[in-house]
Design a protein around this ligand. Structure first.
Ligand code: FES
Length: 151
């Protein structure tokens, strides 16, 4: 981890505690998760207890304390997707990737998460990989979707 990057982010906000969330967002953008060392550095340099930094980092679902994969796979289990078989789609992803929901592959290529409503229920069941939305997904289509991102 490059400490200079964290210092740069902290300097941008001039150590202002009210910017703590914005600082965590910037760190997550830089590393795609919140490395513990970074949180310790934030706590020290801003003079904010580590417990406070950690409670913010765990409160917001957008933050992750574990490394995320290059491709983050979100399988929607909202009502519309659920009634159209999303659970089976999730199970197929779990089998194909060898991951449970909430986990990241060792090669850091994929993370898998179940989420609630991605806001495009007309396309149910929906899976989002990074910024890309895949609609009307069936278990049979899962292998093809993964293959696309393995390259
Ligand atoms: S329930 Fe899945 S997109 Fe809305």
């Amino acid at each position: 981890m490059n400490h200079a990057n964290i210092t740069e982010i902290l300097n941008k906000y001039q150590g202002d505690e009210s910017s703590l969330i914005a600082i965590l967002q910037d760190i997550q953008e830089e590393y795609s998760y919140l490395p513990r060392e970074a949180l310790v550095q934030v706590s020290k340099e801003m003079n904010v207890p580590l417990s406070r930094v950690l409670s913010l980092a765990t409160f917001f679902r957008a933050f992750s304390l574990k490394p995320k994969g290059k491709h983050s796979v979100h399988v929607c289990l909202g009502t519309a997707c659920h009634v159209r078989g999303a659970q089976r789609v999730l199970e197929k992803f779990e089998r194909e990737l060898g991951l449970k929901s909430g986990e990241t592959s060792e090669d850091l290529l994929f993370s898998l998460d179940a989420v609630r409503c991605l806001g495009c229920c007309g396309l149910a069941p929906v899976v989002q990989v990074g910024e890309e939305v895949h609609g009307k997904i069936t278990p049979a289509k899962v292998t093809g979707v993964i293959k696309k991102y393995r390259k």
